[in-house]
Design a protein around this ligand. Structure first.
Ligand code: SAM
Ligand code: SF4
Length: 329
């Protein structure tokens, strides 16, 4: 097997699969409040098509999977897909990213299907700000979902917090404390230009260094953890007192494109070599009419075409034609 190496020598073994573009909340930096046009059902890959794609991807060296969305837990019978994927030989790591609203309800089925790793997206512990960000009043459900998942033995549970300037400054430290109390790593994600309404501005990005400064000032010193996997996007720190850790996904201030090992499959079967890619490969039509070799060739061609990195920090930057909810984060 020849691995998926691009023209810059990066090995791709990490596949993120979006299982739906629908969502039960409306984070302003991802989805508009109303009028979203979702993909019709027959445009969305079936579980059988996703499973086939993953089996083919494994023959190309893919070892890690993350299920995302939209909100993956709104996809009916998701546990059935998890069971299929966790049984595939060659998959060494299977994880899910969720907004947590339906987690308490589904944690048991997903665990029984073989899922162990969960990232819950939560930007604030303040009910009013949660409503302001998500346009829904579901904070209590998310917190309950996290408690249920931890009690059930999921591990590690991590939290993804999107950091938007002039909005979440007051949430950075309380989230870090919450994580320290529960043994949960909080991963702060710099706001990226992936919203559907063009709201992103550089001035609205709360930078990793600013957050590190706030946390150190209020809680105590942080020590950088030497990267266990240099290809992981988060820079991780532990508290010097030994209690807890935090991570920063600093796509804007510290781009990690040179270490990128990811490819992405959208819910409507488009393969993307980058979150910010403009072009994409239609693998759905190949899955519906072609052979496994045809799919393999399409994946190789997509990786071969991969650019060196996004250009958020350049005046040339063109936002991708799809917003975050339809790519998968
Ligand atoms: N609905 C799930 C969730 O919210 O976790 C999975 C899909 S969501 C698109 C994946 C991740 O994208 C979220 O965890 C959120 O942290 C991140 N995200 C969404 N919009 C973003 C933006 N404009 N900038 C940075 N991160 C964003
Ligand atoms: Fe939904 Fe996740 Fe987008 Fe928020 S970030 S609107 S939870 S898909």
């Amino acid at each position: 097997m020849i691995p998926l190496v691009d023209t810059y020598g990066r090995l791709h073994d990490n596949l993120r699969i979006s299982v739906t573009d629908r969502c039960n909340i409306r984070c302003f930096y991802c989805m508009p409040e109303t009028g979203v046009k979702f993909q019709p059902r027959d445009e969305i890959l079936s579980f059988e098509e996703i499973e086939r794609f993953v089996r083919i991807a494994v023959t190309l060296g893919v070892r890690k999977l993350r299920i995302t969305g939209g909100e993956p837990l709104v996809r009916k019978d998701l546990a059935k897909l998890i069971a299929k994927l966790s049984a595939i030989e060659g998959i060494e790591d299977l994880a899910l990213t969720t907004n947590g609203v339906l987690l308490a309800e589904h944690a048991r089925d997903l665990y029984d299907a073989g899922l162990r790793r969960i990232n819950v997206h939560l930007d604030t512990l303040d009910r009013e700000r949660f409503k302001q960000i998500t346009r829904r009043d579901d904070l209590a459900k998310v917190l309950e979902g996290i408690d249920v998942a931890q009690a059930m033995g999921y591990g590690p549970v991590k939290i993804n917090a999107v950091a938007v300037k002039n909005l979440v400054e007051a949430d950075i430290v309380p989230l870090a404390r919450y994580g320290r109390e529960r043994g949960i790593e909080i991963r702060y994600i710099e706001f990226m230009p992936l919203d559907s309404q063009g709201l992103w501005e550089r001035e609205r990005v709360l930078l990793a260094d600013q957050m590190i400064e706030m946390i150190q000032r209020e809680i105590g010193p942080l020590e950088e953890i030497p990267d266990r996997d240099p290809r992981a996007p988060a820079t991780e720190y532990r508290f010097a007192d030994g209690i807890g850790r935090v991570g920063f996904i600093a796509s804007v201030s510290r781009p990690f494109c040179l270490n990128c090992n990811r490819i992405r499959l959208t819910s409507d079967g488009k393969l993307r070599y980058c979150l910010f890619a403009i072009e994409e490969t239609d693998v759905k039509s190949i899955l519906r009419g072609g052979s496994d070799d045809d799919v393999r060739a399409a994946v190789r061609a997509s990786v071969h075409a991969k650019w060196i990195g996004h250009e958020i920090n350049s005046t040339q930057f063109v936002p991708p034609p799809r917003p975050m909810y339809s790519i998968g984060g």
